[in-house]
Design a protein around this ligand. Structure first.
Ligand code: AMP
Ligand code: ZN
Length: 471
């Protein structure tokens, strides 16, 4: 069965074909590093990781580029307001450069803890100002740009007949409804900044000379310039969250296709939101950094969760469905994941080398994974293999290892990781469990006990407190 992926451009699940098989060129929009990634952002990177692993398991060679947005992502989609990096710098009394460095490292650490495969190229916007200026120049030479004095260089979207095709923007409706605030001097509501001037009389922490004046690049030009630098004039797949469809990716297409004069990227894949039920109405709200209400991977770890339990939680939902985050739902996923790990470790103890995986289970698994990354069904296929009473245990283990190449839980390394746990980490988890018990959150307390058990640590609650020993 050929790999099928849902392409936002066609709005259908289509058989995947790369331009230069067996190579697949993949660009994923990276984090805006003015704060920690929240677990909604991380859901998106887990989805992209599954995509990459499925491509690899289909025999493709993936060239993967991911950017780091460390300048130019303004608060408003209308290219106005503060640069998010400046907000981070003010919040913490540091420079924008320090903020970027710190949160990029934190982001990489988050991805590592979630077993997300790293891109072949990480590229920072601030390291590619020359490429961005060159791309704006090309657009200028071709007549796609105009200047708004005191503001910046803008892209004239009316020059592009199919502007908005990705989002199927209703341009008339947009103009009438004016969802995006109209900036003085803009010719069309959908026009966007390619280069912004530094505010008059104020030096920004991040600013550069350009043919138009001192300033900084727009957010959309960053991704397009870097994708074109590292992956060339035609791209197989470009990914991000659904919030990128209407503005960021729409504008990336406008820039690239105007500069190139031909179609740029064949496949656009978008991950749905992690939502955050809140209030009495349990009204699902998108988790976002700017709203300030967000949960990080560190928060989960502090509460005693294994980062990979969060990976399991994400994979239990299809990437094109919204997923509501609650502690209860995460606890349930953590228990299921703990059970899975226990069973896998048990199998591993008795597994011999070189056993063949079981085709029927692997086929069911692949059919799910290759059907637009249907991870809930793929997980079900994994459990199906585990529960197969007829099959030889070593073959079940071999099957699970093959599935794990795609799911990315790291079963092969799991035991060593569990044994390598430090005393400090154990003490931290015991403290988190005590907190949970004090708060009468017994589900979480039990989840932490289970997690310690997987690490080979047994607890005993005594009058003098909890004591532990390695089994
Ligand atoms: P940003 O740091 O805002 O550029 O976002 C990083 C990535 O996370 C982008 O691909 C976004 O589309 C995605 N994203 C943002 N919020 C959420 C959310 N609540 N759930 C899932 N993905 C999100
Ligand atoms: Zn991007």
């Amino acid at each position: 069965m050929p790999l099928k992926l849902y392409n936002t451009l066609t709005r259908s699940k289509d058989p995947f074909e790369p331009i230069h098989p067996p190579r697949v060129d993949l660009y994923t929009c990276g984090l805006t590093v003015y704060n920690y990634a929240h677990i909604g952002n991380l859901r998106c990177y887990v989805f992209e990781d599954i995509l990459k692993r499925v491509l690899l398991s289909c025999g493709y060679q993936v060239r993967h580029v991911m950017n780091i947005t460390d300048v130019g992502h303004l608060v408003s989609d209308a290219d106005q307001g503060e640069d998010k990096m400046d907000i981070g710098a003010r919040r913490e009394g540091k420079t924008a450069w320090e903020i970027a460095e710190f949160y990029q490292a934190a982001f990489e650490e988050d991805l590592r803890r979630l077993n997300v495969l790293f891109p072949d190229v990480w590229c920072k916007a601030t390291d590619h100002i020359g490429e961005q200026i060159a791309l704006v120049r090309t657009l200028e030479e071709q007549g796609f740009t105009y200047r708004i004095d005191g503001d910046g260089i803008y892209f004239d979207t009316s020059k592009l007949p199919d502007y908005g095709k990705l989002a199927r923007l209703d341009l008339e409706g947009l103009r009438a409804g004016a969802r995006v605030e109209m900036v003085a001097g803009k010719r069309n509501l959908t026009d966007f900044a390619l280069w912004k001037f530094s505010p008059p009389g104020r030096k920004r922490q991040m600013e550069w000379d350009s043919p138009w004046g001192v300033g900084f690049p727009g957010w959309h030009i960053e991704c397009t310039a870097m994708a074109m630098k590292y992956l060339g004039d035609r791209l197989d797949i470009h990914c991000g969250g659904v919030d990128h469809i209407a503005v960021h990716h729409t504008n990336e297409i406008a820039q690239a296709e105007s500069a190139l004069g031909h179609k740029w990227c064949n496949w656009w894949l978008h991950g749905e939101f992690l939502t955050f039920p809140r209030g009495d109405a349990e009204q699902a709200a998108r988790m976002s950094k700017s709203s300030g209400e967000f949960v990080t991977l560190n928060t989960l770890v502090e509460r005693g969760f294994d980062p990979l339990a969060y990976r399991y939680f994400c994979l239990n939902a299809h990437y094109r469905q919204q997923l509501a985050f609650t502690w209860e739902a995460l606890s349930a996923a953590a228990s299921a994941f703990a059970r899975l790990k226990r069973e896998v470790l048990e199998l591993k103890r008795n597994a011999g080398d070189g056993r063949e995986p079981i085709d029927s289970h692997l086929d069911a698994f692949r059919a799910a994974a290759e059907d637009d990354l249907n991870t809930p069904q793929a997980l079900a296929a994994m459990w199906g293999a585990l529960k197969d009473a007829e099959a030889e245990k070593p073959r079940i283990y071999a099957t699970l290892l093959a599935m794990d190449e795609v799911l990315g839980f790291g079963f092969a390394r799991m035991q060593e990781a569990a044994l390598a746990v430090s005393e400090e980490e154990i003490e931290k988890l015991i403290a988190a469990r005590a907190e949970a018990r004090k708060a009468k959150d017994f589900a979480r307390a039990d989840a932490i006990r289970d997690r310690l058990k997987e690490m080979g640590v047994a607890l005993e609650d005594t009058a003098g407190g909890t004591i532990w020993r390695k089994e």
